[in-house]
Design a protein. Structure first.
Length: 259
């Protein structure tokens, strides 16, 4: 069992499991009421340290700036949830011992916290005439997670394209002209009667289609960050201190009442 002076310096340090995986930060040390020796560590786990778990200190060792316990990280996170008040009840303590596979061999064992200051409890080994009132503080932050993926994919489609263009073609036209003095010589230059053929070649234009690949644009993915607001609601607990006159009421003095 580590001595109390050593364990006092562990508050705020990182607790790791048997494989060196981070469990959380040590928030408080719980002492045995009878011996005053450290028995349990209260460790903040979960996102932003919003959950707390009790871990036995019997076999805890210091490794550099970290404190190592011989338990698996998940075992610690699955420990029974116990309110981090000034004492562990006997039933709560038995639950924790069974969870970690330890023997509970005392019938009147109870624990008191030691957070590095006296006056935390009137039944602890170190007391004074003051009582500390504490309350939970809500700490809110953000964590990144993957919300989806966007990818670019290129594929080929086919569409019908129509264009109208003018085309020219030749056609034959028969022209007749009377015999005049101007064309008399050309008209009578051949035989008087004969058989002849005259041929005229006709031409036309036809559409010619040619396809070629041309680049049109460049497409890429980029990311923009937009900022919105989301409301987070959570219950927090506060300690309240009532003052009762024992002489006037004859009742016991209540150290504190939790809401």
């Amino acid at each position: 069992m580590p001595d109390i002076d050593t364990v006092r310096g562990w508050q705020g340090r990182t607790l790791v499991d048997r494989d060196g995986s981070r469990i959380g930060s040590i928030d408080a040390i719980y002492l045995d009421d009878q011996t005053g020796q450290p028995e349990w560590a209260l460790v903040n786990t979960g996102l932003f340290g919003t959950k707390s778990s009790f871990v036995p200190l019997a076999q805890a060792t210091q490794t550099g700036d970290e404190v190592r316990v011989p338990y698996d990280k998940q075992l610690v996170k699955d420990a029974p949830r116990v309110d981090a008040d000034q004492h562990l009840s006997e039933a709560e303590e038995q639950q924790l011992w069974r969870h970690y596979g330890l023997d509970y061999d005392r019938t009147t064992r109870r624990r008191a916290t030691d957070r590095g200051a006296v006056g935390r409890d009137t039944s602890g080994p170190t007391t004074d005439d003051a009582m500390t009132r504490s309350e939970e503080e809500l700490r809110v932050g953000t964590a990144q997670r993957e919300r989806g993926r966007v990818r670019l994919r290129k594929y080929v489609t086919t569409e019908q394209v129509q264009q109208t263009l003018p085309v020219r073609r030749e056609r034959v036209r028969v022209e007749r002209e009377p015999i005049t003095d101007a064309n008399l010589d050309a008209a009578t230059s051949g035989p008087e009667l004969s058989e002849e053929e005259h041929e005229v070649i006709l031409r036309e234009e036809e559409p010619v289609v040619e396809k070629r690949v041309v680049p049109r644009e460049r497409v890429r993915l980029d990311k923009d960050t937009v900022t919105g607001e989301e409301q987070v609601a959570e219950e927090i607990r506060k300690e309240q201190i009532d003052v009762q006159d024992e002489n006037g009421t004859g009742g016991r003095h209540e150290r504190r009442r939790r809401r």
